[in-house]
Design a binder for this molecule. Structure first.
Ligand SMILES: CC(=O)N[C@@H](C)C(=O)N[C@@H](C)C(=O)N[C@@H](C)C(=O)O
Length: 708
């Protein structure tokens, strides 16, 4: 293992690489020449901040899949919330966040042509709505009308002004009723959508008239709903959007596409709103075909596992007839299509001839490009000529802009071509910049079939691990067992900074996609709820023992690391197998399911994952309390021997700091070696520039100390 000074310099090197955030193929692209507009981020550890910059490319499409690339100069922008060109490519909109000298936050919508800024609207001063939602966020979207006369965006609904009962400022009589401030409600609790959506209470659809700056706010078209993901309907006849039901109270929405939601259409002429999707399902991610004849979206159950296998549906726009294009896949084979697991979709995801959809989806332990023919409802995996994950960023005239990465390869952008229908086999990825891999990392995916522990309902299911090894190691490396969180999430063959730095520091790392992970079929995913703390723990331990018994790692130097549900598994593993692990590090761990219920933004999660039904009226009782305790790591705290480092995001609403603190106190009271680090300004993900770097070095130091 490297010295800590070397680990720090490794992190400085790999932790500050530029990473592509988003990009699109410009509508100005013509024939052979593609114009790509991309936005990047880069960590600056000296300034302790993430900077953002844009980069444009001209790609000449010579021979098929042979592209000549020129990249433009780099322009930095940190206050740009979004930059999107109009359908013709003639105009660009920039939504800008400005903090004034008086520390006021103002938002502007700027319209640019090829020469200069031609309009600049101070949206905040209009006082028509609250803050504009991040277009990349849960609710966000920014969409030009086909006419290029209007811009669709999502903003927080305007909140009532409130004043004290003792406010003596005279009420201006000219104010209409809803403008008059309300007395005595300044301290009312305002329900919001929870983790990373604090203050997001009721987003609404807004329409800006590009020419005169008027803003129309659609804040009364759908009662008691939050609106988002809005797109223009064909011929700008109205707006299609996703509506999430607000009441009776909101449950955390991020990472939880199971909150009651439906797809709606608001007609601009009638001002009427109609629901397009099934109100017994959760629907989201509406996308029109280029000719406007078809609308697709995804749906899954309301409630249940927080990520699920989703259905792909298509609405024939003229007739509004809706059909299922791709259904849930309950039990795929190791090689077959495992179903759709989609957290987001690029704005454009259709082939030029309106017959196919292209997207990225989890496919066992990787993220793959997938093509769906909406006529014959076939699903084809697009294999690429590079290892790792391929995430679709944009499609235009059957050219694909793809974000690629691998376990040893930081993310880069590439261009490729969609094969003709029926011949979707392997595609050639053409990088826009020369990929620079992290040297010395090899890996292999292993499949486990725990036939000795079949699931009571679904029988023999399998799961996978990814074992990453340092290529150059004169001794058997120590092993970090690394289960993912969720639990309905997955570790894939894409790049992760922490992992590449751990390997480069001399550790072996084993990702564990235990049963219940995404990408292995719906039955696999649903096998875990009700069995957490047992099935997932045993899956992790079986995999860890297998790799130790294989002699490839130093079995006397095994440690474990995990975040959130991965932290839950970490705490379980050191409690249930106290002699096996020499040290542990858990980030925002779930420690006690019953005490999580009253403080998390997702109280349905501890109920559902421990096998108990949930609705908004759900309350703990003696039976549930006992069962939750039995499934929680706190149950095994007396057995813990491994020194345990606990890292918390001080603002975490998902797994509140009380969980980690409960574990810390229990360990301290039992004279166990433990340390708790609380990172201010971080929520569930500990990703602030300095915090993320500090957490990594502290974790490596902790492991090195107890592996000596
Ligand atoms: C997949 C997922 O994130 N599920 C949500 C319900 C969730 O936030 N789960 C947390 C308990 C968790 O484990 N989150 C993981 C993904 C993490 O590492 O933050």
């Amino acid at each position: 293992m490297r010295k800590i000074e070397e680990v720090i310099s490794l992190y400085r090197k790999y932790g500050c690489l530029a990473e592509p955030l988003k990009g699109y193929i410009s509508n100005q692209s013509k024939g052979d020449n593609l114009i790509l507009k991309t936005q990047w981020k880069q960590t600056d550890l000296e300034r302790i901040e993430n900077i953002k910059f844009s980069k444009n490319y001209i790609v000449r499409n010579g021979q098929p899949n042979q592209f000549e690339v020129q990249s433009s100069n780099i322009v930095t922008e940190n206050n740009e919330l979004w930059n999107k060109e109009s359908p013709s490519g003639r105009l660009n909109v920039i939504i800008r966040n400005i903090t004034t000298k008086k520390e006021e936050e103002k938002q502007y919508i700027e319209i640019w042509d090829h020469r200069q800024k031609i309009k600049n609207y101070n949206i905040t001063s209009l006082e028509k709505h609250g803050k504009i939602c991040d277009p990349d966020g849960q609710f966000g979207s920014v969409c030009w009308s086909a006419s290029e006369k209007n811009l669709l965006y999502i903003a927080e609904k305007k909140k009532l002004k409130t004043v004290s009962y003792f406010d003596s400022k005279p009420n201006k009589d000219d104010k209409d009723e809803e403008e008059k401030p309300v007395k005595g409600q300044e301290h009312d609790y305002i329900d919001d959508w929870g983790e990373q959506l604090v203050g997001k209470t009721c987003p609404v659809v807004c329409i800006l008239d590009i020419d005169n700056g008027d803003v129309k706010v659609l804040d009364n078209i759908l009662d008691n709903h939050s609106l988002g993901q809005a797109v223009w309907a064909p011929s700008d006849s109205g707006v299609v959007f996703t509506g999430w039901k607000n009441g009776p109270y909101r449950l955390g929405l991020i990472y939880c596409p199971i909150r009651e939601s439906a797809i709606y259409y608001w007609d601009i002429v009638s001002n009427k709103c109609e629901r397009l999707s099934d109100d017994t399902r959760c629907s989201a991610l509406p996308r029109f075909s280029p000719d406007g004849s078809k609308l697709i979206y995804f749906d899954n159950d309301i409630g249940g596992p927080h990520y699920q296998c989703a259905r792909l549906l298509m609405c024939d726009w003229p007739s509004r007839q809706t059909s299922v294009i791709v259904d849930i896949v309950k039990e795929p084979t190791v090689k077959s299509f495992p179903g759709f697991y989609v957290a987001s979709l690029p704005t454009k995801c259709w082939s030029a001839d309106n017959s196919r959809i292209i997207l990225s989806s989890v496919w066992r332990s990787s993220v793959s490009l997938v093509v769906v023919d909406v006529k014959d409802k076939t699903v084809t995996r697009l294999k690429t000529n590079v290892k790792g994950d391929a995430v679709l960023m944009d499609v235009l005239t059957d050219k694909l802009l793809v974000k690629c990465s691998a376990l040893n390869q930081p993310p880069y952008l590439a261009i490729s071509s969609l094969p003709v229908a029926g011949q979707e086999g392997e595609i050639t990825i053409c990088p826009l910049d020369e990929p620079i891999p992290v040297p010395g990392i090899s890996w292999e995916v292993q499949t486990f079939s725990p036939t000795d522990r079949p699931h009571s309902k679904f029988g023999a299911l399998n799961y996978e691990t990814i074992l990453l090894m340092p290529e150059v190691s004169d001794v058997k490396p120590p092993l970090i067992v690394f289960p993912h969180g969720g639990p309905h999430a997955v570790f894939t063959e894409g790049y992760m900074l922490y992992t590449s730095c751990l390997i480069a520091s001399g550790f072996a790392v084993m990702y564990i996609n235990y049963r219940g992970s995404l990408g292995f079929g719906d039955n696999n995913l649903r096998s875990l709820p009700g069995n957490i703390g047992d099935q997932d723990v045993k899956d992790c331990q079986a995999a860890a023992e297998e790799v130790v018994n294989s002699g490839r790692v130093n079995g006397d130097k095994v440690v474990v690391f995990g975040g959130s549900h991965g932290g839950f598994l970490t705490a379980h593993l050191i409690g249930q197998y106290p002699k096996f692990y020499k040290a542990a590090c858990c980030r925002n761990p779930v420690i006690n399911l019953s005490t999580m219920v009253g403080s998390t933004d997702i109280p349905d999660w501890p109920f559902y994952e421990s096998g108990h039904p949930f609705d908004h009226k759900a309350a703990l009782n003696e039976n549930i309390l006992t069962d939750m305790w039995r499934k929680s790591p706190i149950r095994y705290i007396d057995q813990v021997e491994a020194p345990c480092l606990i890292m918390l995001g001080a603002d975490d609403l998902r797994v509140p700091v009380k969980q980690g603190r409960e574990f810390y106190r229990g360990l301290k009271a039992r004279n166990k070696v433990t340390r708790l680090i609380s990172y201010e300004g971080n929520s569930h993900p500990i990703i602030k520039t300095d915090s993320q770097a500090d957490a990594f070095i502290n974790m490596v130091e902790w492991f090195k100390k107890y592996l000596q």
